[in-house]
Every structure is written in C-alpha cells, then in structure tokens.
Ligand binder design. Structure first.
Ligand code: B16
Ligand code: MG
Length: 218
C-alpha cells in the first residue's frame, strides 16, 4: 500500500489560476502580428511548457534568427505581463483557494511548482503569495517540465521525500514530470491531456478535501 502523502505540490497556471487564457491571448497577438496561424486548440500544446519551447511549437518549423527568436519571446512576455496587470483574486479558479486552505489546515505541507518566470507576479496579483510553504518557479531550476526537476526542487525545499508528495497538474508535460519524479500524480482536465495521471478530475473545484484525503491516504 502507498505510504501517506505528506505534501501536495500544486502547479499554478491552469490549476490555481486561469492565467492560461492570458497566455493564449498574448501568444495569439504575437502569432497574428507574425502571420502564423494559432488557435485555442494549438494553445493546449503550450500548457506547462517553457516560454522558449512554446515559441518553437508556435513557429512550427518556421526558421528565424536567434535575435528574432529572442525578440519574439520578449514581445510575447510583454503582452502577457500587460494582461497580468488586470489580475485580481477573481483569476483564482473556482474552489482552488478553498482546497489549498483546507489542505493546509489539515497540517499537510503545500507548495507551488510552476515553470513560469511570472509566478510571483501572478501569486501577488491574486493575493495568495503568502499561502504556500514553498514557491518553486521558472528561476528555481534549469530543466523545465517534463523534467521532474521543479517538483524535486519543491520537495527538497519542503523537506519531504519525492515519494511522499502528490502533484496536482493540468499539463501533459507536468504529469510526465510528476511520474518521472516518483510522485503521486493528480491530473486536472480531459483524458487526452492528463490521462497518464494516477487520478484525474475535470476541474480543480471537483477536488474536495475529503476526496483528496482518500486519494493521498492521509
Ligand atoms: P512564463 P505552469 C506555465 O505555467 C504555462 O502553463 C506555460 O504555458 C508557460 O509557457 C510557462 O508557464 C512559462 O511561463 O512565460 O510566464 O515564464 O503551468 O507551469 O504554472
Ligand atoms: Mg499548468
């Protein structure tokens, strides 16, 4: 039988906040300017993937110079940061804050592990920066998801062994990272995206403390 889980590591974008829509709008603005076709469906491939990996996917083989590549990555981030300025607690996905607070009250450690370099801005803008015991972001590790490094970093900072951690993720790359890190994976979203997860919920609001405690054997 699986050991008791001692910590829950939450992804940010698409799990705690609805910022994936802002990522989409920022990439779409760039894609339109560059005359590159880009749909909401295409945006699904960018979940949990680092900024430069996202641009590679968006370019879809189109050749650009290193300078142009960097300029595009920076331009997308400017558009994204512009959108983040409007952020309030309303950008927290329904039920996410309640779940985090319930888990914390129960004495289970909690962390954020997001590959976004804007993690702090998002947490501050939505007013939840102080809730977490540990915040791991795009500056914490070199290799991004599907490498397990960001989750392993968070576990180490929490002082909990990887196998005693559960990960809540909305991206295929994030679930792969959790599996590679030997952590209990909980997917948020459709089967085609997070079907490899050990457990799956359609949306974060569907996970109650009771359901989570059953899963993590607490
Ligand atoms: P930034 P997560 C990820 O956040 C997003 O899902 C992904 O679409 C984005 O490209 C990545 O952060 C990098 O974000 O450009 O702000 O550094 O899902 O790991 O919380
Ligand atoms: Mg995510």
């Amino acid at each position: 039988m699986r050991k008791k889980i001692k910590a829950v590591i939450f992804d940010l974008d698409g799990v705690i906040t609805d910022t994936s829509e802002y990522h989409y709008q920022a990439w779409k603005r760039l894609a339109d300017e560059e005359g590159i076709p880009f749909s909401r469906d295409d945006n699904e491939k960018l979940r949990g993937v680092s900024r430069s990996e996202c641009l590679k996917i968006l370019l879809n083989g189109k050749q650009v110079s290193a300078e142009q590549f960097q300029e595009m990555v920076d331009r997308k981030n400017e558009y994204y940061v512009e959108l983040l300025r409007r952020m309030t607690s309303k950008n927290i996905l329904s039920g996410a804050k309640e779940l985090v607070l319930d888990v914390k009250k129960r004495g289970i450690k909690i962390a954020i592990a997001s590959v976004s370099k804007n993690t702090r801005t998002v947490l501050r803008g939505t007013g939840i920066e102080d809730l977490f015991d540990v915040i791991a972001d795009g500056y914490s590790v070199k290799n991004t998801k599907p490498s397990p490094d960001i989750f392993l970093f968070a576990a180490k900072e929490l002082g909990v062994k990887p196998e005693d951690c559960a990960v809540v993720e909305d991206a295929e790359a994030g679930i792969e990272a959790a599996l590679a890190g030997n952590m209990l994976s909980i997917g948020i979203g459709p089967e085609e995206r997070v079907g490899k997860a050990r457990f799956r919920f359609k949306k974060i609001g569907d996970i109650t403390l009771t359901k989570l405690l059953e899963i993590i054997n607490f």
